[in-house]
Design a protein around this ligand. Structure first.
Ligand code: PLP
Length: 377
């Protein structure tokens, strides 16, 4: 029996008829860029994320870029963020000419540490603080970062908050949805996210009308009236095809999320029975709605050997992420060193994502835990 890290074919089987129907509609209309399907998805996502507005864009990466452009973040500005994230979070900051300022993570949740964040800000002089324009927390693996301290700090120092919610659509923090707490919420429809398109896509949420107007213009080369440009934007548009497909899938998202949460519960039960506490640390659920884009365990020892052993047993796993951002070659110019962020570095060296997708059978979950037990005990 094989257990892939992710199997999207199971999901597709259930919704195939609906998907083919909307894609045929679009093929017949030959209307591919933006349009009514995108507008509809924007309204649906705004409602789902408990915000006023949403702007469909070309990817999660572009959602980050366009948000920072709308906030006026550019050359020389600094943005406080986490070094333990997918590359796009940091790549987007630097592509705008801005500089990331890293803060270590909370080892329990893998999200930005509010204590470390406060400490950093308090250690800064007036001039240094003036260069900081925003905070970019990441809701990693589907669990919201501790947002109250982030929002309070942002208010105190007049900073813009950009939530990287690419892995966290529908996740909640104190009953508030991911993407509804900061100035911008950035989502990705990359196929492996909980709400994936059939290709690249993304969306930005906001409660500000003026940011919304800017986002809508920026994704069309900065024009509000065709061929008249008051600002420079880019081509950040979402395809009608992707929007229509995501609209179909959004109806099922909550039921898929429930199955992911149920799979997580099964893992917890099985790991408890397996008595692997000395070897395996399970993900800590702090916030009330963790949507489990990933189920990530931490291994005290032999993470890479375990991964090879599982692969040999037909079980897919992944390391998210093996090199924290402050140690990436392309960011060496920032001047960070090893041991600067020990929690992020520990996580990078010890964590492993297990299969959690909806459609995973009980026997498959049991096999994963059984094999991990066999490896360690
Ligand atoms: C996937 C992801 C992105 C980028 O999304 P794309 O749609 O692949 O561009 C950004 N940040 C995080 C945390 C992600 O997981």
């Amino acid at each position: 029996m094989k257990v892939p890290l992710l199997d999207l074919k199971i999901q597709y089987k259930d919704i195939k008829d609906e998907i083919l129907k909307v894609t045929e509609e679009i093929f017949e209309s030959q209307y591919f860029i933006l349009g009514p399907h995108v507008v509809r998805l924007e309204e649906e996502i705004a409602r789902y994320c408990h915000v006023d507005y949403a702007t469909g864009v070309s990817s999660g990466t572009d959602a980050l870029i366009i948000s920072m452009m709308a906030a006026g973040i550019g050359a020389g500005d600094r943005v406080i963020t986490t070094p333990y994230t997918f590359f796009a979070t940091i790549g987007s900051i630097t592509r705008l000419g801005a500089k990331p300022v890293f803060v270590d993570i909370d080892p329990e949740t893998y999200n930005i540490s509010p204590e470390a964040l406060k400490k950093l800000v308090l250690s800064m002089g007036k001039e240094e603080l003036a260069g900081i324009k925003g905070i970019l927390p990441v809701h990693l693996y589907g669990q919201c970062a501790d947002m109250d301290p982030v929002i309070n700090l942002a208010k105190e120092y007049n900073l813009v908050v950009i939530e990287d919610a690419a892995q966290a659509i529908g996740a909640e923090y104190k009953s508030k949805r991911a993407g509804s707490m900061g100035d911008f919420g950035c989502f990705s429809f990359f196929p492996s996210k909980n709400l994936g398109a059939f290709g690249d896509g993304g969306i930005v949420t906001t409660n500000s009308k003026s940011f919304q107007d800017k986002l809508q213009a920026l994704r069309m080369h900065g024009s509000q009236t065709k061929y008249y440009h008051s600002i420079v934007g880019g081509n950040f548009r979402l395809d009608a095809l992707q929007a229509a497909i995501v609209s179909v899938k959004l109806k099922y998202l909550d039921s898929w999320t429930k199955i992911r949460q149920e799979n997580a519960r099964k893992y917890r039960e099985l790991f408890a029975d397996a008595a692997l506490d000395d070897f395996v640390r399970l993900p800590v659920e702090v916030e009330n709605r963790h949507i489990y884009n990933q189920f990530v365990i931490s291994l005290n020892s032999k993470r890479d050997e375990l991964r090879t052993f599982l692969a040999d047993s037909g079980i897919g796993t992944e390391i998210y992420y093996p090199v924290p951002m402050h140690l990436q070659e392309c960011f060496s110019y920032l001047g960070y060193r090893e041991n600067d962020f020990p929690e992020a570095e520990y996580a990078a060296a010890h964590t492993l994502a297990l299969p959690i997708y909806p459609g995973l059978s009980d026997t498959q979950i049991e096999l994963v835990v059984e094999k991990i037990k066999l490896f360690y005990l």
